[in-house]
Design a protein around this ligand. Structure first.
Ligand code: ZN
Ligand code: ZN
Length: 399
């Protein structure tokens, strides 16, 4: 970690803006802020000039759905586990993230939120990626859609429980399956806290999604994974066949969603379809990465260190033998490269889906998510194949 905090750093080269690539541009940072993004050369008063060469200058990535890395799951509930996971993601270009709860007991979820709040309060770049909020994800899932989460740790929303989580002040994203009793009340409480409200691990029908939309639900977790389809809603509610989460998201411009673009969860045509239909302003790239990221192939627990469910990692993806995938084991840098390889989306839109779009949806775009003067100096240098070469967070270079 270098300490060039008081210096004016200029990075020259191809700059990835939200809507285009600026050739022969420069991004200048002073302290923890970006102060200038322009065409042309570095200012004369720059102390350090770095050339991105044949690569790119990109905003730091933002991950709104992430469980852990380097052996740690946020649900381990310790400061050390949170920092370990945050460092693993920072090295892969994620400068801001929202640690995401799994299903678990009240105590386990409270411990996770407390540990994240402690790290966030005293955060410095050597602690890893910045925490912009917690994503309260588990435990309010549909019983038939828990996926790799522990079924024992799932339950229906009760105000007495979630009010405790919300009163921490750090929950910025809030998930609940729309068909659960008490879902509307949960969404209303989350809306009062100005959270991004999402429906996930759900078998909701169109009318249930519509009711949720009316009280503020605007996002669906990992599209096509652990969500309803016309066929699943028919199995639950019979005929006539009804719309599902899929149709609802595709039909409503205000609804956003996310894809796990690790090349293992979704095929190229599904990634291209999601981008084409929702567009870069409503589609986020997320890792949904678990603790096996950065670890050798083997058996790991998803969620809390001693109560989480077991899954296997082959180094490419997490899975439960005979049942299905168990989230990803790679960083957002991989997701960006897979989108480039597997879809026709232009690079500036791919980077937007990994930075400004998640920032906008989570309500932090005022200071994060793009290379713009006055925003935080979270800057990546990528090589021409989109591998992360250097990471600056708050203006500090991670060596
Ligand atoms: Zn999930
Ligand atoms: Zn997840």
């Amino acid at each position: 970690m270098s300490t060039n905090n008081s210096h004016r750093i200029a990075i020259t080269g191809r700059v990835i803006l939200p809507d285009r690539i600026l050739e022969d541009g420069v991004v200048e940072c002073l302290g923890d802020r970006i102060v200038r993004v322009a065409k042309g050369r570095a200012s004369r008063n720059a102390n350090v000039v770095i050339n991105a060469g044949s690569g790119y200058i990109s905003p730091g990535f933002i991950d709104i759905h992430v469980h852990g890395g380097d052996g740690a799951d946020y649900m381990d509930g310790t400061v050390a586990a949170v920092q370990t996971a945050n460092r693993a993601h920072l090295r892969r270009g994620t400068t801001t993230l929202f640690p995401t709860t799994t299903t678990g007991s009240r105590e386990e979820i409270s411990r996770m939120i407390t540990a994240c709040a402690q790290v966030s309060k005293r955060w410095k770049p050597s602690d890893g990626a910045r925490i912009a909020g917690v994503h309260l994800y588990g435990p309010y899932f549909a019983a038939g859609k828990v996926g790799c989460h522990s079924l024992d740790g799932r339950r229906e929303p009760s105000p007495n429980e979630y009010d405790t989580y919300f009163s921490s002040g750090i929950v910025r994203i809030a998930t609940c399956a729309a068909e659960l009793p008490g879902a509307s009340e949960f969404y209303r409480s989350a809306r009062r806290r100005r959270c991004l409200i999402t429906c996930g691990h759900s078998d909701a029908s169109w009318p249930e999604m519509d009711a949720a939309y009316k009280v503020g639900m605007r996002h669906v977790d990992h599209f096509w994974c652990a969500m309803s389809s016309v066929a699943s809603v028919r199995a639950r509610l019979g005929t006539p066949m009804r719309g599902s989460m899929e149709q609802f998201v595709l039909a409503h411009d205000e609804m956003s969603t996310e894809v796990i673009a690790d090349g293992q969860h979704l095929s190229p045509e599904l990634l291209s379809f999601a981008w084409k239909i929702k567009g870069a302003n409503r589609l986020c790239l997320v890792t949904d990465a678990n603790r096996a990221l950065g670890m050798p192939p083997g058996r790991y627990r998803f969620g809390p260190a001693d109560t989480g469910t077991w899954f296997e990692s082959d180094g490419k993806v997490g899975f439960v033998r005979g049942s299905g995938l168990a989230s990803s084991v790679v960083g957002l840098d991989t997701m960006v490269r897979v989108m480039k390889r597997d879809t026709p989306a232009p690079l500036e839109q791919i980077i937007r889906m990994a930075s400004l779009t998640p920032a906008e949806r989570a309500g932090v775009a005022g200071s994060l998510g793009s290379l713009e003067a006055e925003k935080r100096a979270d800057v990546l240098i990528l090589d021409k194949d989109l591998n992360v070469q250097r990471v600056f967070v708050n203006g500090l270079s991670i060596d």
